[in-house]
Design a protein around this ligand. Structure first.
Ligand SMILES: [Mn+2]
Length: 299
């Protein structure tokens, strides 16, 4: 049987740009264990890496490129175990790179992979804020018989003590809505809150209540509108537009926010639908670049 070809390094960078001193670290985590609707997220990281070979090095929105920092792509973190076991593995791995003053970008995989990385970041930055892009709050205490699946991940993150600032939310249970209303450290900007605003004003609205402190980007690609990325497990209509997320990454940069790490999850690639893969690769580069520039300012 033929195995899938190695997708290679992020952006197709040459070995000279991927050395151990690279400030950017891309961590593929093709994990899929608790997905409830359409599966396929385990193929997400390889599809993003493959599409990233076609991404222009120069990011025209941030007017800069990640290549100049060096970007190392690690071997995929493979696991078929319980999300809690994977969390232990990722906590140790991500912690190692945070301690070495690197910026980690994790490519999922389903959203349940967030727990370990965020735990690593939170131990080093107790006032960490999760800037959470998603169609779904993922705040259920338990879902389909597990407390650690993709529908519960932000609840577990909240339990760790991280602040959550969610935006793009548009599929929410009454319990999750009450959770946002009653917990001062979990806030939510729904898709409807953003509806009357232009993309630039949407960015202001998202940044307006963002608590001060170090930031972790936990971005589920289904936060974007499915017209941009249809290939995801639960494509909810009415999502964020490209210009808002692009401008948000630029303004986070300009606002001097301290980005600690990022993850992009829930791409579920399908044959002949490469626009989704490419949009994720493009967004992943922009997230990484914003993070690397933030790191550079602190050095
Ligand atoms: Mn989601």
């Amino acid at each position: 049987m033929l195995s899938a070809p190695d997708p290679g390094a992020f952006l197709g960078l040459d070995a000279a740009d991927c050395g151990p001193e690279s400030k950017g670290v891309v961590i593929p985590v093709p994990y899929e264990a608790t997905t409830t609707y359409m599966g396929g997220t385990k193929a997400g990281p390889a599809a993003i890496l493959k599409a990233s070979r076609q991404v222009e090095y120069h990011d025209e929105w941030l007017e800069d490129e990640a290549q100049r920092f060096g970007v190392r792509t690690l071997a995929p973190v493979l696991s078929k175990e319980d999300p809690r076991k994977l969390a232990d593995t990722l906590e140790a791995l991500v912690g190692e790179y945070l301690d070495a003053q690197r910026f980690p970008l994790i490519l999922g995989g389903e959203h349940s992979i967030s727990l370990g990385s965020i735990r690593a970041a939170l131990k080093r930055h107790p006032d960490l804020v999760i800037l959470h892009l998603d169609a779904h709050p993922d705040l259920r205490d338990e879902y389909e018989g597990t407390h650690y699946g993709h529908g519960c991940v932000m609840r577990r993150v909240f339990d760790l003590g991280a602040k959550i600032h969610a935006f793009g939310i548009r599929a929410i249970s009454p319990e999750e809505r009450d959770f946002y209303l009653t917990q001062s450290t979990a806030t939510c900007i729904t898709a409807r809150d953003l509806l009357p605003l232009t993309p630039l004003d949407r960015v202001d609205r998202i940044l307006q209540d963002l608590p001060a402190g170090p930031i972790w980007l936990s971005w589920d690609i289904d936060g974007l509108d499915p017209s941009l990325v249809p290939c995801t497990g639960t494509p909810e209509p009415g999502g964020l537009d490209w210009f808002t997320v692009s401008e948000l990454l630029l303004r986070l940069d300009a606002a001097g926010k301290h980005l600690v790490g990022a993850e992009l999850v829930e791409l579920s690639p399908q044959p002949n639908q490469h626009a989704s893969d490419f949009a994720c690769a493009r967004l992943a580069h922009r997230m990484l670049l914003a993070g690397l520039r933030s790191l550079e300012r602190r050095m």
